[in-house]
Design a binder for this molecule. Structure first.
Ligand code: F6R
Length: 605
């Protein structure tokens, strides 16, 4: 979705802003723009389409000079993608320019009010009201005008504003949308996402809701909602720019698939001490809860489906998993004896945030499993466990998903230990198997060239099915989503036993069915479902545990993955499915890292 960035210092702002916008491209966008404080006035450049179009415009405009500016990548919500609707937006008097992430819910009301004063709007966006209202409120004091303006805004925003009358100064503000300030030496930055800043600085301040920042080359001041200056901690980022770049891979998605052993290791190892799972950061009394709800969106929800199975199996407590966009409007039955686990890679997904607010309102305790440190969900939750996957840039999540699953498994083992629902032997065996996941993930990655061959064989199937039972079904959901989101092929995930209740009518000669067969407790059942589709002419690609001989005679092709505990199967089994999706998309000529119509972080409803 949208991304914002800004710079004030002694260098030309243009190249720094454009570099920041390029790093924000992965979030998904359809137009981009930058504005700088020129000698006499604010100058702007905008382009529909890729940031590279904006770079071309910049290179063709030698007069576009200034050492303080703001930039934006826009994912259209109010008004079509066009140069007019692209940010930055300028006030009618040309004195202020703004970039904005989020949605101003009461924009129509503010716009109508300002139009009564004769202010003419140029765009169809909700954002333009911010800058017009700011100019309207301005009586010589930039900060006061901004405070007055944001007090009127409803919805969500992370904004950056410059003024022609205040050279070198940028004001930023945040409400329910991420905003980070980057600190340099006589130059300072802001962005919606650390990846836009990390090539320039590793020292950042995380802004909280209601706060305002004033950036000049000399320093940064942070104010609370009442305009009082406050002190904020500076956070040092430990990962470097290479983590946010492709490191020789053709796509971020492949780089991130290959990084999974390392990401799993980083998530697991610091939390295992003497064969015991230790969450130093978690002060939670499990005995207080009589049920668990898991909520999330997309792949994070699929991780939640795995988590449901593991927590129920080990803790013997009822667990429900539901997509956040449904839960938030369902008036769910929960109270202070309910533990809600929300899962999110970005920590900024609008539906997940709304669902967690609803659950908190009902008295539930919220535990978040999040990758992005300091994100909105991490901040809003009562407790937070971080996956240490590192930055995930490709729109299709891979290491985000597997680290979520492993953290849920670790949580389940830990909670079962607290509740005494697990024997010492079973506990130790689970911990050992969890510790071996990075190495097994590496062995699953060794299937790379074989999966590529499978993709060559099957890439032109226009519609396919993923089937599995129990944990395999949860993987079918994720494998199917991965394939369709990046290759645009129609694909459906089915609980293998459910296929015969209707969908089997769609099985015809040549149709590809991907059969997930690692949950061996139900292998016989899945094999009979394979036989049913084979009898109707389907071709079957199976994923099974090494040493599984039965499957060889049933399926057309088999991808063998290392054996692991049945509850941990998804972490390993999904890996060949991620590779399969990748190579099928590549064969079909798709834009793998930025699939059409999708955004990395879905910050709108
Ligand atoms: C699919 C994918 C999405 C996200 C979903 C939730 O590959 O990435 O389905 O999983 O939008 O995003 P987060 O985890 O950031 O809340």
């Amino acid at each position: 979705m949208c991304g914002i960035t800004g710079y004030t210092g002694f260098n030309q702002a243009g190249p720094i802003l454009l570099d920041g916008l390029k790093r924000l491209e992965y979030r998904g966008y359809d137009s981009a723009g930058i504005a700088v404080q020129g000698e006499e006035e604010i100058m702007m450049l905008k382009a529909t389409g890729k940031v590279s179009h904006l770079v071309d415009k910049y290179n063709d405009t030698p007069d576009f000079k200034g050492v303080c500016g703001i930039g934006h990548t826009r994912w259209a919500t109010h008004g079509i993608p066009s140069d007019t609707n692209a940010h930055p937006h300028l006030s009618a008097d040309g004195k202020f320019a703004v970039v904005h992430n989020g949605i101003i819910e009461n924009f129509a009301e503010i716009r109508a009010e300002l139009e009564k004063y004769g202010i003419e709007f140029k765009s169809e966006t909700d954002t333009e009201v911010i800058v017009q209202l700011l100019a309207h409120n301005y009586k010589g004091n930039f900060k006061m005008a901004l405070m007055k303006t944001i007090a009127k805004l409803e919805g969500s925003y992370a904004i950056g504003v410059i003024s022609a009358d205040h050279p070198g100064t940028i004001f930023c503000a945040r409400l329910s949308s991420p905003l980070i300030i980057g600190l340099g030496l006589e130059e300072n930055y802001f962005a919606s996402d650390i990846t836009a800043l990390v090539s320039n600085t590793k020292d950042v301040i995380d802004m909280d809701d209601g706060e305002v920042a004033e950036l000049t080359p000399e320093g940064v001041k942070i104010y609370d909602h009442a305009g009082r200056e406050i002190n904020k901690a500076v956070r040092h980022i430990t990962w470097d720019i290479a983590s946010a770049e492709k490191s020789g891979y053709e796509h971020f998605m492949m780089k991130e698939i290959m990084e999974q052993p390392q990401a799993l290791k980083a998530t697991i190892e610091p939390r295992v001490k003497d064969e015991e799972i230790v969450f130093d950061e978690l002060k939670l009394d499990m005995k207080k809860f009589n049920r668990v709800h898991i909520t999330a969106c997309g792949s994070a929800y699929h991780a939640g489906c795995v988590g449901r199975g593991i927590i129920e199996a080990l803790c013997r407590i009822p667990v429900e998993a539901e997509v956040a966009s449904e839960l938030r409007y369902r008036d769910p039955i929960m109270d202070d004896k309910t533990l809600v686990i929300v899962i999110s890679q970005s920590g900024e997904t609008a539906d997940t945030i709304a669902a967690m607010k609803e659950c908190k309102y009902k008295g539930a305790t919220v535990l978040a499993i999040v990758n992005v440190v300091g994100s909105s969900i991490a901040k809003l939750a009562d407790h937070c466990l971080y996956t240490w996957a590192g930055p995930e840039i490709a729109v299709a999540t891979t290491k985000g998903y597997t680290t979520q699953v492993v953290l849920l498994a670790m949580f389940a083992v830990w909670a079962a230990g607290e509740l005494k629902t697990i024997s010492h032997g079973a506990y130790t065996s689970m911990v050992k198997d969890i510790m071996r996941l990075p190495e097994r993930a590496q062995r699953a990655l060794d299937l790379n060239s074989r999966v590529m061959k499978m993709a060559d064989k099957y890439y032109d199937n226009q519609s396919l099915f993923f089937i599995g039972r129990n944990m395999d079904y949860a993987v079918a959901l994720e494998g199917s989503l991965k394939l369709k989101e990046i290759s645009y092929l129609h694909s459906e995930a089915y609980a293998a036993g459910e296929l015969k209740h209707g969908t089997i009518a769609l099985i015809e000669p040549g149709r590809l069915v991907v059969a997930l067969c690692c949950y061996e407790k139900l292998l016989d059942k899945t094999i009979s479902n394979i036989q049913q589709v084979k009898a109707r002419g389907a071709r079957v690609l199976a994923v099974a545990h090494e040493g599984n001989r039965a499957i060889v005679t049933e399926a057309d092709d088999v991808l063998f993955v290392p054996v692991t505990d049945p509850l941990l199967v998804p972490v390993i089994e999904i890996i060949p499915m991620q590779l399969f999706a990748y190579y099928v998309a590549k064969k079909n000529g798709c834009d793998i890292d930025k699939p059409k119509n999708l955004a990395k972080s879905v910050t709108v409803e």
